[in-house]
Design a protein around this ligand. Sequence first.
Ligand SMILES: Cc1cc2nc3c(=O)[nH]c(=O)nc-3n(C[C@H](O)[C@H](O)[C@H](O)COP(=O)(O)O)c2cc1C
Length: 340
Amino acid sequence: MHSLFGSRKSRHHIKYNNISPMLPIHFAPLQGYTDSTYRMIHSKLAGGVDVYYTPFIRWEGFRKRETTDGRTVKGDMRGKDVRDIEKVNNQGIHLIPQIICGNTDELNHLSDMIAEQGYSEIDINMGCPAPMQTKLKRGSGLLPHPDLIEKMVGEMEKRKDIRYSVKIRLGLEDANDWMAFIPTLNDAPIQHITLHPRTGRQMYKGDVNMCAFGEFYAECRKPLIYNGDVKSVSDIEDIARDFPQLAGIMIGRGLLARPTLAREYKDGKEWEPERRREIVMAMHEHMLNFCTTKYKVDSQILLHIHSFWEFHEDALPRKVWKKIMKAGSMKNYLEAVREV
Ligand SMILES: Cc1cc2nc3c(=O)[nH]c(=O)nc-3n(C[C@H](O)[C@H](O)[C@H](O)COP(=O)(O)O)c2cc1C
């Protein structure tokens, strides 16, 4: 990554140990991976993360729900999503619930229910590339519709109980979509913007567009968080150097593959493989305990514990990773894990 913006000092950097300015690290939400169990295990054993997010929570209009005054009304959150944000399941971390919504009704219903759980911050997913969501103008499906974004911002302005943030991409099909909605976001009452510099069409493939990120950075007047393909301490340091006004870095797959990455960055150096391995194995032990308590059948346990290793493909010897992912019995699985 080349340096685009000299060496302006950031007002968003926090001082760490009075030695070097450190960027806050945000753990990106990943549906199916970063649920409350994972977040708790990660924060206790690996740490170094300043802010966690829930995977996106959606409004399901077909569900029926009982109101506090005993009426039955249409629309609800999934029970699984409610449990995932309950404070008791998220102790000791800074958690921002994330929602996905394609209209202002969904925005308001979800905001009401999340506020009821005691939260005053909500992140809005305007980046999800999944066609199931984008066809409902949710996630990156919102990005070609600046008018809709403006309507949502209108609702955010009305709510004094919630501080919103948004997680966006450059656009849905067109990497210039952002140019039409950035004036709205610049004036919106949002606390930060996280930008993943790809289009929705790109999904997670192809290069991140650092040039477009630089253009957005120059136009953005809100605290801006970078997200995309960060895998090492030096990746974090390069981005912090190239974009000194950043408010933070959000990391997803890089942290799943290397759970100690945020701690290593805050330590100012990469850890020895053995020290990293110890933490990964301790996290695995907790995750396996959780899975064996929750699921009774081996096939179910294996299905869930496999997701712990999914993003470790590049971090482990290929043979070992394949053996873990292919293990069809607990005996074979435990044998494979011993080789890590
Ligand atoms: C399996 C998977 C699930 C994801 N789920 C969400 C989600 O619920 N909400 C969201 O904003 N982004 C979601 N993302 C996108 C990530 O948060 C992140 O933006 C993306 O992976 C790029 O960052 P990274 O390269 O650091 O992983 C998901 C990505 C993947 C691969």
